[in-house]
Write a new protein. Structure first.
Length: 163
């Protein structure tokens, strides 16, 4: 990528989630920022926040989860990439009607993804990951961050047009 200005190498993206029903509401955001070191190698960082409101109890149980990650992608071909990631999550779990506790999880993830270009500076992507740090929940007082070692993500990437 010789001759490409450093500003042109930065990309942003991530995912969002929104759900409302009779039992719960949730909102999640997971932005990422990456840097194209070469046309094939792009490391980056991400953050995650999720708000959940469980409405089956009175008063409602409101939880806030957050996390950070560091990732790297290696493009085999322009559309297909390998993805590796270290993720640190901090989740809030209900222990009663009005009490919660927090637990942190560290995960090493690896897998592959596919990019669907939407133009010169934007794309949609899907990623299938395996959580190499996964451990099955043994009892309700020792929760797990994920219900399965398999993780599926979708998102979008956008390149900066100008600063």
């Amino acid at each position: 990528m010789k001759g490409v200005d450093w500003k042109e190498r930065i990309y942003t993206g991530g995912g969002m989630g929104l759900g409302f029903n009779t039992t719960q509401d949730f909102i999640s955001v997971s932005p990422i920022v990456g840097y194209r070191v070469t046309t094939r190698f792009t490391p980056g960082i991400g953050i995650m926040y999720r708000y959940t409101n469980y409405k089956l109890v009175n008063p409602n149980v409101k939880l806030n989860d957050y996390g950070v990650s560091v990732f790297a992608r290696f493009y085999i071909i322009p559309e297909l990439f390998l993805h590796t990631e270290y993720e640190h999550l901090n989740y809030e779990f209900p222990t009663g009607v009005t009490t919660t506790f927090r637990k942190s999880f560290d995960s090493f993830l690896g897998g592959a993804g596919y990019v669907f270009p939407l133009g010169k500076r934007s794309s949609f992507y899907v990623i299938g990951l395996y959580n190499f740090s996964y451990r099955q929940q043994s009892n309700p007082s020792d929760p797990s961050a994920y219900p399965s070692p398999y993780i599926f993500r979708v998102g979008a990437n956008l390149g900066f047009l100008n600063f």
